[in-house]
Design a protein around this ligand. Sequence first.
Ligand code: NAD
Length: 436
Amino acid sequence: MDDFNTEKYIEQRLQQAMAFLEPLQPGFIDILTSPKKSTVVNFPIQMDDQSVQVFRGFRVLHSHVNGPGKGGIRYSPNLTYAEIAALAALMTWKCALINVPFSGAKGGVCCDTKSLSDNELRHITRRFISELGDDIGPHTDIPAPDLYTNERTMGWIYDTYDVMHPGRNNRPVVTGKAIDLGGSLGRQLATGQGCLYATLRFIERIKPVGISSLKDRTVAIQGYGNVGSSVARLFQQEGAKIVGISDSQGGIYAENGLDLDALDEYKSKNRTVVGLAETMSITNEDLLELECDILIPAATSHQVTSENADRVKASMVIEAGNAPVTPSANQVLSEKGIIVLPDILMNAGGVTVSYYEWVQNIENQQWSLAEVNQKLNNKMIKATDAVIDKWLSLNENLPLRQEDDNAPQAVDLHTAALVVALNRLLSTIEERGIWP
Ligand code: NAD
């Protein structure tokens, strides 16, 4: 099956979940498959060498069913509208599953941050946000960081929007800001922290074979940006041994575990993890196939596919990035007894603390780190329990499968998570009613 396509990925995931949804009013599911509003802009930027380049940007508001749109802005040279629209749908599912009052959105600009100066990046960000105009706003659509954007980018977004809308509190227009601009304590590590809380709950409740805690478990992480680096730190603090890490340049391996302080220092000087002393260089493909207990893809989509799933050796795969495991790869892994913990739950800590930042901005409050993490832990545990309960009940109710019949296979955790999210969304649509 060719599944190397984010748009198709969304379709396949929906198909899998639809078999288990409460009976639907015809047409309802179409509301959740059609993006509510899409904006495509092309804009010129004068580069440092005075040449002029045109950049393309997208913002897709997938839904308004559950509240304002919420979703990251990513910078990447090969972005497409279809990919952004699919990722916006994923955000709608994620917000419903974690139960924050937002719907999904996503945006981005086609550009290669590695070849741009800070000045050019600032110009691109400001111009993009001015082109979006009132497509974003504190109560309509609220961006956040994503691939190759960070709190500095969010600061420029806030400042641009604030200049365009003077005289009111505009801090809630964007989350993932620096603390001085109204960012929340705990937002920087939130995606990793949420991933850790959910992982610990899964281990406690489903007791995966060979993994009774994180202590001494070997972990390989693909991607060493915001999500990958925070997951590495937090899992190591729980006693896990991080044996492999990669970034876009390649990977490194150390049988006895990596020294993360040395790695951070090396990466900030060399802009890659590759070449750190006392490590063996490996490729990104090798990293996914490492002999380890837990594999955590925390970079781009479609990394474990039907082509390489058979060579994954970990006992558990945690989707910390968005859509790193394709549905067909998920099936191969499940058949091998490898548990896949689904992205819409495992990286929902980011949007959860973004929601806390938004609330603090509206109320002009600053919560303590302990308060943020306590609230985050409660949310992650509640959502994880909902997924596990649904997964257990769906599998209990499956007809017994004979060797050669077409009865459905065991339901995976991804499908269970999506069923929880879609049932919530569909009942919200029903209760709101179709306007007019
Ligand atoms: P980031 O830009 O901070 O880091 C991305 C990392 O991935 C970098 O180390 C980069 O070198 C690496 N990378 C890129 N392409 C790669 C490849 N082909 N192989 C290996 N490594 C590669 O991005 P991030 O914010 O850490 O986001 C990572 C993933 O998590 C994305 O899928 C994003 O959508 C998702 N996510 C992020 C957040 C958040 O709060 N930042 C929240 C939820 C989900």
